[in-house]
Write a protein that binds this ligand. Sequence first.
Ligand SMILES: [Zn+2]
Length: 312
Amino acid sequence: MNLLILGAGGLGCELLKNATMMVARKEIQLKKITIIDMDTIELTNLNRQFMFNDNDIGKYKAQVAAKYVDEKFTGVVKVEPLVTDLTTLSRDFYEQYQLIISGLDAIEPRRYINQMCIQIAQLSQFGNIIPLIDGGVESLKGHVKLIIPGVTACWECSISTLPNQDVMGSDGGNVPLCTIATNPRSLEHVIEFVYIKAMEGGLAKDWDQDATVVNQLLSQCQDRANEYNIDKDKLTISYMLGVMKKIIPNVSTANAMIAAQCCLELYKIYNDLIDFDSNPHNFLMINGNQGQFHYSFTYERDPQCPVCSVLF
Ligand SMILES: [Zn+2]
C-alpha cells in the first residue's frame, strides 16, 4: 500500500510521524509514503512543526520532513518528498496511492483532491476507490472527515461547515482572511491583519511586555486604518491588545490530537474495521476553546452536491 500525505506543516509532521510509527509497530504495512508540500520553513513554524529546527529555515518542508524520518526511523519505510503544487498533478499520479491523508490548511487544494478522488472512482466505475481522510486544525479546534467516494459524503458536501483560514471577528463571528487582507472594513480587521503579519514575522513570546514592540504595532494599525479610511477613534493600546490577545495561533497539541484521529481512521480502513452498511460516523470535531468538546456524527451526502452527485 502506498500512502500519500498532503502538507508537511504542523499537521503533516504529526501525520508522517504517526504513520511511520504504525509501520514500525507492524500495525500497518506500507511500501512508501509520499509527502507533498511546496512551502519552505519559516521561523514562526518552529513552535509546532517539530521535525524542523533553526538550521532548516529556508529549506523545503517536505524534504526536511522526509530526511527526519530517514534519520530517526532508518529503514522503517521509504519516504518520498515532493515539492510541488498538488493541484498541478494529474490523475495518473494520484492513482498510485491506495489512501490519502490531508493535513492542508487551504480550501482550494482540498477541493481539488476531493474532486480527483471522486473522478477516479467514477472513471474506474468503482474499480479504484481511494479513501481520503481530511484533517484540519485552527487554533484550539479541529476536524477529521472520512471520505470514501461513492459511500460517504464528499468534502464538497460539507463545504458550508468550514470557516477555515478565518479569524475570529470582534463580534464572535468569523471573518475570512482575504477580507482582512484586501478589504478591511473595521478597526478589528486592521488590528487582526497587523497582528497576523507580526506573528508571521516572528513575534517574541512576551511581546506585549515590550513597550517598543507594542508602540510599533499601534503605529502600524494607525497607518493601515488611515490607508483604508477607517475611523480610528477607538484605537488605543488597550483596545489593540484586547483584540490581538483573542487571536490564538495553532497549538501543537491540537495538531497532535487531529493527526492521531486521522491515523486511527487509517488503521481502521487498512484493517477493514469499518462497517459501512451501518452508516458510520464520518465527521469528527474537537473544540478546546471552551472546555473539552469532542463530537462525531454521520454527515449525510448532499444529493445536489456538484462533485459527488455524478456517482449516484
Ligand atoms: Zn459531495
